[in-house]
Design a protein around this ligand. Structure first.
Ligand SMILES: Cc1ncc(COP(=O)(O)O)c(C=O)c1O
Length: 394
C-alpha cells in the first residue's frame, strides 16, 4: 500500500493475503450460493458459510450451535435487525452517549414510532455512571426492554464495562445488545462471561474480512423477529419466515465471497490469538500517544484506555480537523479520519462536537516506524502552523 494507513477503525483496508486469496478462490472455484441447490458447489459454499459461523462463534466465546450466527451486510444492518426485531410497542430502549449512529439512528426511528428512549451520559475517560444506568433501566415503572452498549467507542477507543452493565440490565429484565463493531478482532470477547444476549459485529474492521460482511450472534433461547422477509432456500411453503436460526434472519442470497474472506480473516486472528493482537495494538497506541503528546499545539482528547482499542483522537491548535487530515494525507501520505465519526454525542462527551477531531487508528499491520512517521508528520504541520499563524499558539 502507498502511504501510512491509520484508519483501521473505519475499515481494515489492509488485509492478510489469506483473506484476498480466500475471496479469489471462492469466486474462481466455488461461486455458488450457500443454502441454495444441492449440487457439489452449493454444498461447498454451504460448508464455508457454516465454518465461518462456527469460527465467529468461537471468536466470541459462544458455546453451542453456530447457527446462532446470522450474516448481514454490516454491523448497521445487524443492529437495525436486532433493535427492530426485539422492540415491541410500549417498550423502551436505553443506550449510551458513546453510541455510533448505527445505534442512535435506528433508536431514533423507533422513538418516532412511540418507543421510549433513554440515553445515559458518559465521562471523557470512557466511564459510565452505574447509578444513572440503574435509574435509566428502571424507568418510571417501565423497565427497559433493551440496553444497547457499544463494546468499544469509535471516538474514545475506550472499552465499556459490559459485564457490569449487563448484570444490572438483567436485574431489570432487559436484553443486552452489544455493538462490537470496534472491538471484534481487536479485544477478546466472551459473550458468556460478559452476559451478552445479542452481539452485533462487522466483518471489515478488526475481523479483517471484506466489506459487505457482518452479522449477529444471538443467545440460545432469545428470538429476534425478522425485519426482512424472503427466500431462504429451504422450508419454502409457509408465507412467513422459518422459525429456525439463522434462516429466520437471513432472507435472500448471502455474500459468499465476503463470507469466505471473513472466514480467512477470523482464522488468521485465531492463529495469532486476539489477546496477542490486542497487546501489540495497545503498545502501538501508547507509542503514538506519547509521541503526539510531546508536540506543541496537539490536544489529545481520547483517554489512554490501555484496555481499549488502538484509537487516538486529537485536534491541533490553529487548524480545523478536516484540513489537518487532508494535509496529513496529501503532504505525508498519512491516512486518518476527521469529523464526527458518525458519533456526535461521543464528541460532545470529549467537548469537540462543534469542531470534530482527527482520529488515528492502528491495526494488525501497523508498524512502530509508521507510528513514528505519523507523529513526525503531525509535528511538521503543527510547526508550520505556528510559523505561519503565530496566533495559533496554545
Ligand atoms: C461503534 C460502531 N458501531 C457500528 C459501526 C457500523 O459499522 P458498519 O459500517 O460496518 O455497519 C461502526 C463503524 O464505523 C462503529 O464504529
Amino acid at each position: 500500500m502507498d502511504g501510512i494507513y491509520l484508519d483501521y477503525a473505519a475499515t481494515s483496508a489492509l488485509r492478510p493475503d489469506a483473506v484476498t486469496e480466500a475471496v479469489v478462490r471462492y469466486l474462481r472455484e466455488v461461486g455458488a450460493t450457500p443454502g441454495r441447490s444441492g449440487h457439489h458447489l452449493a454444498l461447498e459454499a454451504g460448508r464455508i458459510a457454516l465454518r465461518c459461523r462456527a469460527a465467529l462463534a468461537r471468536t466470541f466465546g459462544a458455546e453451542g450451535d453456530p447457527g446462532r450466527v446470522a450474516f448481514f451486510p454490516n454491523a448497521t444492518y445487524a443492529l437495525n435487525a436486532a433493535l427492530h426485531g426485539l422492540v415491541r410497542p410500549g417498550d423502551r430502549v436505553v443506550r449510551t452517549a458513546f453510541d455510533h449512529n448505527a445505534v442512535r439512528r435506528p433508536v431514533a426511528v423507533l422513538a418516532a414510532r412511540g418507543i421510549g428512549e433513554t440515553v445515559i451520559g458518559g465521562g471523557a475517560d470512557g466511564s459510565v455512571d452505574f447509578a444513572e444506568l440503574d435509574d435509566a433501566l428502571a424507568g418510571d415503572g417501565r423497565p427497559a426492554r433493551v440496553l444497547a452498549i457499544p463494546h468499544a467507542s469509535n471516538v474514545l477507543g475506550s472499552v465499556l464495562p459490559v459485564a457490569e452493565m449487563a448484570r444490572r440490565a438483567h436485574a431489570h429484565g432487559s436484553i443486552v445488545l452489544v455493538d462490537a463493531a470496534q472491538s471484534a478482532g481487536h479485544v477478546p470477547i466472551d459473550v458468556m462471561e460478559m452476559g451478552i444476549d445479542v452481539l452485533a459485529f462487522t466483518g471489515h474492521k478488526g475481523l479483517l474480512g471484506p466489506q459487505g460482511t457482518g452479522g449477529l450472534w444471538v443467545r440460545e433461547g432469545m428470538e429476534i423477529d425478522p425485519v426482512w422477509a424472503g427466500g431462504t432456500g429451504g422450508d419454502s411453503m409457509p408465507a412467513g419466515m422459518p422459525d429456525a436460526m439463522p434462516d429466520r434472519l437471513e432472507p435472500g442470497t448471502l455474500n459468499g465471497p465476503g463470507i469466505a474472506g471473513l472466514l480467512a480473516g477470523v482464522e488468521w486472528l485465531a492463529e495469532r490469538g486476539i489477546a496477542a493482537v490486542h497487546a501489540r495494538e495497545t503498545a502501538l497506541k501508547a507509542r503514538l500517544r506519547e509521541r503526539l503528546a510531546s508536540i506543541e499545539g496537539v490536544r489529545i482528547l481520547s483517554p489512554a484506555a490501555p484496555d481499549g482499542v488502538g484509537i487516538v483522537t486529537l485536534t491541533v491548535d490553529g487548524i480545523p480537523a478536516n484540513r489537518l487530515a487532508h494535509r496529513l494525507d496529501r503532504e505525508h501520505g498519512v491516512m486518518t479520519r476527521a469529523g464526527l465519526h458518525c458519533a456526535p454525542e461521543a464528541h460532545a462527551v470529549l467537548g469537540c462536537a462543534e469542531t470534530g477531531a482527527v482520529r488515528f487508528s492502528v491495526g494488525w499491520a501497523t508498524t512502530e516506524a509508521e507510528v513514528d512517521a505519523a507523529a513526525g508528520a503531525v509535528a511538521s504541520i503543527a510547526e508550520d502552523i505556528r510559523e505561519t499563524s503565530p496566533g495559533a499558539r496554545g
